[in-house]
Design a protein around this ligand. Structure first.
Ligand code: PXG
Length: 464
């Protein structure tokens, strides 16, 4: 490893960070007290921090670095594009080659009639676009009253007012993000936490049928779309029962409701197909994309839109867009990223090789006394921590306390594994090797065990 010579001491960086840098989803006082972990470089699936520690990144940054860190091809592409055309807009009847080539490439990769791309700078922005698109579409169809979009509790669709409203995170709504008009939430298909005595299949069906009940209650003439992540990510990697999505598709078809698949996490190979929609067998009218589109090397998001929607709104200005819609550097990097995913057959690799390999290793964690379930799909893994396996009980103490302790143990042991409440989740880069998966699972086991021993000693292994 190259010695870190050109950096300020960690303590000084931490002090400046706490003094001036406002972090997303972070308590500033806690950050100031503890000091941020400062990541200085990365390669493959490994991060290096300012103290020279090496950490296995089980989260692909934030679910995005699909092709892994340190890909010279992307750096060269960005440099070339910045030299040639660093910026031009796509408003007012202008275009440029990277945006043209990328939209054509995405149309080729996306299934069925999804042949049009509206670019944004992030997943949140893209979901804001989707709200506008859906309502504009129905107005054009002569049905402006179909303005309601139904989404799910504990779904995540971003942090703007629109994205936060679509999302079902009440702790976000409670901080200056009251749900905007005409968004309606139904329950999530989270069998482990909410399924009670039902079988997963019965429960999946029941949760999907809440969509039908909501449409009938709100009025068929009022509901324009349903949005969901094929597999919920930020909510805790919730893999729905197999009965859920087919029933949602049936209901959307029956009542002429547009289906929006939020593919920000599931897209670009994560589930072993190009899109999570293909894995769960749905035919969305719109897909939200971001993250893996550029492997996070530069920011970019977008909406992939069906022929029917694009053609319906084609005879008028769509009064919407962002300065950076289709940004040439982001578009060029995205294209190169997609070329790599395709050439290195990373989607097939997840489906046929590392996905099944992770599944086999990951499920061994369920043997641990504090793990209630351990599941994975493609390269998304989730496990539930519990004080009592048989009853799937929660901990009596504060929700998330054991999860947080476990995450801290992971960090100390050299693994990034996130916690959502008392669920632990991973989503490593698609290029992860078998040996790195072995290491990931070994570190996860060690960390869970340390957290378990400490929780037992502190009398916290008590069911609610
Ligand atoms: N949709 C989904 C499904 C997401 O996961 C967004 C939209 C918003 O994308 P942007 O690019 O605006 O962040 C996301 C983002 C977490 C976490 O804690 C997850 C996300 C973002 C930040 C944190 O797991 N997902």
């Amino acid at each position: 490893m190259t010695p870190i010579t050109n950096h300020m001491p960690t303590k000084e960086l931490q002090a400046l960070d706490a003094a001036h840098h406002m972090h997303p989803f972070t308590e500033a006082n806690a950050l100031e007290a503890a000091g941020a972990r400062i990541i200085t470089r990365a390669n493959g699936v490994m991060l290096t921090d300012s103290e020279g520690n090496h950490i296995l990144d089980g989260m692909s940054g934030l679910w995005c670095v699909n092709i892994g860190y340190g890909r010279e091809e992307l750096a060269q592409t960005a440099l070339r594009q910045m030299r040639e055309l660093p910026f031009y807009n796509t408003f007012f009847m202008t275009s440029h080659v990277p945006a043209i080539a990328l939209s054509a490439k995405i149309a080729e990769l996306a299934p069925g009639p999804l042949n049009h791309v509206f670019f944004a700078g992030s997943g949140s922005e893209a979901n804001d676009t989707n709200i506008r698109l859906v309502r504009h579409y129905w107005a054009k169809k002569g049905k402006p009253s179909k303005s309601i979009i139904i989404s799910r509790k504990n779904g995540y669709h971003g942090s703007t007012l629109g994205g936060g409203s679509l999302g079902g995170m009440t702790y976000m709504h409670n901080q200056g993000c009251p749900v905007i008009p005409d968004i309606h939430h139904i329950d999530q298909p989270h069998w482990y936490a909410e399924g009670g005595d039902m079988t997963p299949e019965e429960f999946g069906l029941a949760r999907a049928q809440q969509l039908e009940a909501a449409i009938l209650e709100l009025g068929e003439d009022r509901v324009g779309a349903f949005i969901g992540e094929p597999i919920q990510g930020a909510g805790g990697v919730i893999i729905p029962p197999s009965t859920y999505w087919p029933e949602i598709q049936r209901i959307c078809d029956k009542y002429e409701i547009l289906l929006i698949a939020d593919e920000v996490i599931c897209g670009f190979g994560r589930t072993g197909q190009w899109f999570g929609s293909q894995t769960v067998g749905i035919r969305p009218d719109i897909m939200t994309i971001a993250k893996g589109l550029t492997s996070g090397y530069v920011p970019m998001g977008g909406s992939i839109v069906s022929d029917e929607i694009a053609q319906t709104i084609a005879d008028d200005d769509f009064n919407h867009g962002y300065t950076y819609s289709g940004h040439p550097v982001a578009a060029a990097v995205a294209l190169e990223n997609l070329r790599i995913i395709q050439e290195e057959k990373l989607v097939e690799r997840v489906r046929e090789d590392v996905g099944p390999y992770l599944a086999e290793k990951w499920k061994t964690l369920a043997e641990h006394p504090m793990v209630g379930e351990a599941r994975s799909l493609g390269l998304m893994g989730t496990l539930a921590l519990t004080p009592h396996k048989e009853s799937r009980a929660k901990f009596a103490g504060k929700e998330g306390a054991i999860g947080l302790r476990t995450r801290t143990r992971c960090f100390e042991n050299g693994l990034v594994m996130r916690h959502v409440g008392d669920r632990m989740i991973i989503a490593p880069p698609l290029v992860i090797s078998h040996a790195e998966i072995d290491r990931l699972v070994e570190l996860a086991h060690k960390s869970i065990d340390e957290a378990y021993i400490a929780a037992k000693a502190d009398g916290l292994m008590v069911p609610a």
